[in-house]
Design a protein around this ligand. Structure first.
Ligand SMILES: [Fe+2]
Length: 264
């Protein structure tokens, strides 16, 4: 670990890469915007301790998109990383890609542990945590009282946009009740909503994170894009269990996004 006093953790999410480089998403080239986020990370975060990618890495689940993501990321950054699947991904394919510093369900960071949860349901847009995943989570929380962050793809609470909140984790109450029983769980963080979101439940901080490509408008009942820039979330994890977090975005860039589109 590069820091004695605190650990730096990065989150990127919802890259939506196509099968081939440059396949557009609502006018935006997601390979280009991911490259812009990675360039920002390489410039300012190269000494971070680890990175987590919270799903929808791919637009349609093609293997090529996963290999291109890893190649792009590892060409810019050298820290260990974890990844988990979103509704656009194929979870079994992601879990089958094995690399020494690529983690699919758990990361040990010394005084902290990172638990990666799979909320994807094959063939569905909504999220759900399987019984196996809930049991794995409970086992990990019972075995270790390390300070804990849990990462997942779908939102466990409504973010205020009806079109997106219909895809919330369907058994989120069970997940949240389980986490609330453990004081060492400090945060639950997700992707999927393509926006910066913050809330608190019991002693647990909740965060949604901007996408590396298009952004969704907050508090919009129907589909709507936002003009905010692609970005990522950072965490500083302190040894006493406190943490700081924030979002950084690409700046001074003009993407040709189709803001009139009514869905994706
Ligand atoms: Fe998603």
């Amino acid at each position: 670990m590069s820091r004695v006093e605190s650990l730096r953790l990065l989150q990127v999410t919802d890259c939506h890469l196509g099968a081939n480089p440059g396949e557009l998403l609502l006018g935006l080239n997601p390979d280009e915007s991911l490259a812009d986020v990675l360039a920002l990370l390489a410039l300012t975060e190269s000494s971070a301790d680890c990175l987590v990618a919270t799903g929808d890495i791919s637009s349609q689940g093609e293997l090529e998109s996963y290999h291109r993501f890893l190649h792009s990321l590892q060409g810019n950054l050298s820290m260990p990383m974890g990844w988990l699947a979103g509704n656009h991904d194929v979870a079994v394919d992601m879990k089958a890609i094995r690399q020494p510093s690529l983690f699919i369900d758990y990361m040990d960071l010394g005084p902290w542990q990172i638990i990666l949860l799979d909320s994807s349901v094959p063939g569905e847009i909504y999220g759900n945590i399987s019984e196996d995943e809930l049991q794995r989570l409970e086992g990990l929380l019972n075995v270790s009282d390390k300070h804990t962050l849990v990462f997942v793809h779908h939102q466990p609470v409504p973010v205020g946009s009806a079109w997106m909140d219909q895809y919330i984790i369907r058994n989120a109450t069970r997940l949240l009740d389980l986490l609330a029983q453990h004081q060492h769980v400090k945060g639950l963080i997700w992707g999927h909503v393509h926006q910066d979101f913050t809330a608190t439940r019991e002693h647990i901080k909740l965060y949604g994170t901007p996408s590396t490509c298009i952004q969704f408008k907050a508090n919009s009942d129907g589909f709507a894009l936002d003009t905010s820039m692609p970005g990522y979330r950072w965490f500083d994890l302190h040894a006493d269990g406190r943490f700081d977090t924030g979002v950084k975005r690409v700046s001074e860039k003009d993407y040709s996004i189709d803001f009139s589109s009514e869905g994706y």
